[in-house]
Design a protein around this ligand. Structure first.
Ligand code: AMP
Ligand code: GLY
Length: 416
């Protein structure tokens, strides 16, 4: 199949790697990609969030499937434009992508569909935000309503900081003040063709910058899959009480959700609750879910994009476990220092079970350099979490990036 993958992160590198692993002779093009993706497949410099540009390229190059990685092209309507031109696109149209792009929209859909989530209040003014902050009490949860690239959420016990966060994001739209939910978090990805869903294997993301969940929220510093501590029947419960009601609600509003429904869940004492939906594969969870996938990824993505998921069995996963640790630039997440040289990736790749998904990398004057905050996602598989962790951390020791930072406790809780 001729497949176009949009995006430039470690998630897209993991998608490309999974497609290549099928050994099905796919012709894959990535746009715009990064240095790691460029080493594996053809890359092309086009704006992935420009619907007309992407569609023209897909038509001219006989692309049979477009896989949309990041949220920006979804919200920009790239999937709508592709489908209007008869091209299979894995990713929701603009209206359904609001499930991620607008937290207010997501809350309304959940309410209509009877999906369990925390209480929340939308505030359009500082006075409303302060009233909601005091109504819910500490710990405070304040979120930007729109897309904020992982920076929009503040969870804090400091009332002044909560108010300051609300004030900042009110400058760019409304904010949501939410009830604090306590419990383990789970990321569950479901493929959807608009009517039915198929689950992938659950994963857990580490959102905070530092060990022991210290420091600011980030885009994600590491992940592991599967989650051995999940109660039996968990995935079926999420399908029945969360995913299908949500998909059906969107379909009933003539905005079918075609693509990846990312359920960000929290297991509270009173049951599973949705913290957020995303409309795309999660990063870094994808880097641990896809290496374990046995079913060909292209079959699943094409079936979702063309309305044929109903006839497929549930995707199969290997019994091996996977761990990923993200290597980030000095200064991440506030102000990452870029341009620094990365060495040792080849040495790391010699370690059995290790792969390296590139996130923000480029080749400059023949050397690999960091071009952003999250630079590499070092992935290791193994027969248990102890083995996968030790491989991943040996790989990180082999890689050198001045000022580079990574967590040392990814998957530690399941390795002991
Ligand atoms: P989000 O971008 O909505 O996923 O939020 C980022 C992170 O903030 C989540 O993964 C949680 O760790 C935390 N968080 C968000 N909402 C809540 C909540 N209502 N209660 C507790 N923690 C939350
Ligand atoms: N890992 C969090 C996200 O992709 O939004």
């Amino acid at each position: 199949m001729r497949i176009l993958v949009l995006g430039s992160g470690a998630r897209e590198h993991a998608i490309v790697t999974a497609l290549l692993r099928e050994k099905a002779g796919h012709e894959i093009i990535a746009a715009p990609g990064n240095a790691g993706i460029a080493a594996d497949v053809e890359v092309i410099a086009l704006d992935p969030a420009n619907p007309a540009v992407v569609t023209e390229f897909a038509l001219e190059n006989d692309i049979e499937l477009v896989v949309i990685g990041p949220e920006a092209p979804l919200v920009a309507g790239v999937a709508d434009e592709l489908r209007q031109h008869g091209i299979a696109a894995f990713g929701p149209g603009r209206a359904a992508a609001a499930l991620e792009g607008s937290k207010t929209f997501a809350k309304r859909i959940m309410e209509e569909a009877g999906v369990p989530t925390g209480r929340a209040e939308r505030a359009g003014s500082l006075a409303e935000a302060i009233a909601a902050i005091d109504e819910y009490g500490a710990p405070y949860v304040v979120k930007a309503d729109g897309l904020a690239a992982g920076k929009g959420v503040l969870v804090t016990s400091d009332r002044d900081a909560a108010i300051a966060h609300a004030e900042f994001w009110l400058g760019q739209g409304s904010v949501l003040v939410e009830e604090f939910l306590a419990g383990q978090e789970v990321s569950l990805f479901l493929l959807s063709d608009g009517h039915t869903v198929l689950p992938l294997s659950p994963a857990q993301d580490y959102k905070r910058l530092g060990d022991d969940d210290d420091g600011p929220n980030t885009g994600g510093m590491g992940a592991y899959s599967p989650l051995p501590w999940l109660p039996e029947g968990f995935v079926d419960e999420v399908i029945e009480t969360i995913a299908l009601p949500t998909i059906r609600q969107l379909a009933s509003e003539q905005t079918p959700f075609i693509g990846l429904l990312y359920c960000g869940l929290i297991l509270t004492e009173s049951g599973t609750r949705v913290i957020e939906f995303n409309a795309r594969f999660g990063d870094p969870e994808t880097q641990v879910v896809l290496p374990r996938l046995i079913t060909p990824l292209s079959t699943l993505l094409f079936a979702a994009a063309s309305g044929g998921l109903g006839g497929l069995p549930r995707p199969e996963f290997s019994d091996d476990v996977a761990v990923t640790v993200v290597l980030a630039s000095e200064g991440y997440p506030e102000s990452p220092i870029t341009g620094r040289v990365i060495t040792g990736v080849d040495t790391a790749l010699v370690i059995h079970g290790v792969s390296v998904d590139h996130a923000a990398t480029a080749v400059s004057k023949g050397r690999l350099v960091a071009t952003g905050g999250r630079v590499l996602s070092v992935v290791a598989t193994g027969s248990d979490f102890g083995e996968a962790r030790s491989r991943a951390y040996r790989a990180l020791e082999a890689i050198d990036l001045e000022g580079g930072q990574y967590r040392t406790d990814i998957a530690l809780r399941v390795a002991e």
